[in-house]
Design a protein around this ligand. Structure first.
Ligand code: KG4
Ligand code: ZN
Length: 361
């Protein structure tokens, strides 16, 4: 098969993005362009993403972002094999803008349309960057999602565990807000944690070392931790650096405990693999302390860890173009009648966190 060249569009949260990617499964692929316009500054005053502001901003700038992506790749639409766009999950207004634009471009140029699950975009990024082969174990940690999955194909996901309440990134964002740090919270909490003492405040680690009441030992829970941070805030003379460090240490313990259980389960499900890949995806994968802890865990479990570079961990369109490329290479294209979906669980079971990105408030 000849290499495929795909235009990707991402508008499910507060990044307006377009990219052109070339390659063939299993990767690695070539990123010909990757334009990301962050609206973070527009949402920062509200401490979270405001859906109406997001969809209006997508609508205003997406055409220009797509033009730039094509120009930087030195291609025109006629050189593209298919147009891929995020069709969910996410903020419905934004997804609608991206998907409708993709349909118009595809229809005008006589090209196929490929609808992409945003989470599949995160999940498959390590194939774009490293050519990681199926099956692999995936920890997907973003603002709206916190899941452990076995990934066996571009459309084949087995959910091991999800979050019972907040996503990991959401916990970072809410903690930042409670502590008076600017949005988005993750990078700010990480920066302040570097200056602080992680042992200063004893924060809870919900579910650590034990299963949920349903017996799941790969599920996450962060709301108890958030409540503890809120109570901490009442403390006079609270040291924000120490609070950030203590919070981040608790998140690391929770993540490592659940991932260790998932490593054991993955080995049972795929006994023939000697050194399976553990892929970390989603915005929280940008956190260096979390990366270091998971690297050490992978070494102990004899898994080969893969963490894509930061700019491909957070929301972008190269991952959407690549996920579209994988589906298209497998023979998939979608009818123009396909609609946007606010919720769209990866494994179809409906279990796990189907949450959309966090909203203001
Ligand atoms: O994947 P992403 O860009 O958007 C979603 O699909 O949700 O992830 C954004 C999330 C935010 O919650 C942000 O606070 C978090 O990723 N994040 C981080 C860091 N960088 C981004 N969390 C912890 N540490 C970071 N360095
Ligand atoms: Zn995302």
């Amino acid at each position: 098969m000849n290499t495929l060249t795909i235009l990707g569009i991402e508008t499910s949260c507060d990044e307006t993005a377009a990219a052109v990617v070339r390659g063939l499964p299993p990767g690695p692929g070539e990123i010909l362009s990757n334009i990301v316009f962050s609206q973070a500054h527009a949402h920062a005053p509200y401490g979270g993403v405001v859906p109406e502001i997001a969809s209006r901003a997508h609508l205003e700038i997406l055409d220009g972002i797509v033009e730039r992506a094509l120009a930087e790749a030195q291609l025109s639409l006629s050189d593209i094999d298919a147009v891929a766009a995020t069709a969910g999950p996410g903020l419905i207004g934004g997804v609608m803008v991206g998907l409708t634009t993709a349909k118009a471009l595809a229809l005008g140029a006589g090209k196929p349309l490929v609808a992409v699950n945003h989470l599949a975009g995160h999940a498959l990024t390590a194939r774009l960057t490293d050519g990681v082969i199926f099956p692999f174990l995936l920890l997907l940690v973003s603002g709206g999602h916190c899941q452990l999955l076995a990934v066996s194909g571009p459309d084949e996901f087995r959910l091991y565990g999800g979050t019972l309440d907040d996503a990991a990134g959401e916990a970072f964002d809410k903690t930042a807000k409670l502590l008076g740090l600017p949005y988005p919270g993750g990078p700010n909490v990480e920066a302040r944690a570097l200056l602080g003492n992680a042992k200063r405040y004893a924060l809870p680690r919900p579910l650590l070392g034990r299963p949920t009441s349903e017996g799941h030992d790969m599920d996450f829970s962060f709301s108890g931790l958030k409540t503890a941070v809120r109570q901490l805030k009442e403390t006079a003379s609270l040291n924000v650096d120490d609070a950030c460090a203590s919070f981040q240490a608790a998140v690391i313990d929770i993540l490592c405990d659940r991932v260790a259980n998932a490593c054991v389960r993955f080995r049972k499900d795929f006994p023939k693999l000697e050194t399976p890949a553990l892929v970390i995806a989603g915005g929280v994968a940008a956190n260096r302390a979390i990366g270091t802890a998971l690297r050490e865990l992978a070494r102990r479990q004899n898994f080969a860890i893969r963490i894509p570079p930061v700019r491909l961990c957070t929301d972008n369109a190269a991952m959407i173009a690549w996920a579209g490329l994988e589906r298209f290479a497998a023979g998939a294209a979608d009818p123009f009648a396909i609609g946007p979906r606010a919720r769209w669980p990866l494994d179809g079971s409906g279990r796990g966190d189907g949450d959309q990105a966090q909203q203001a408030g």
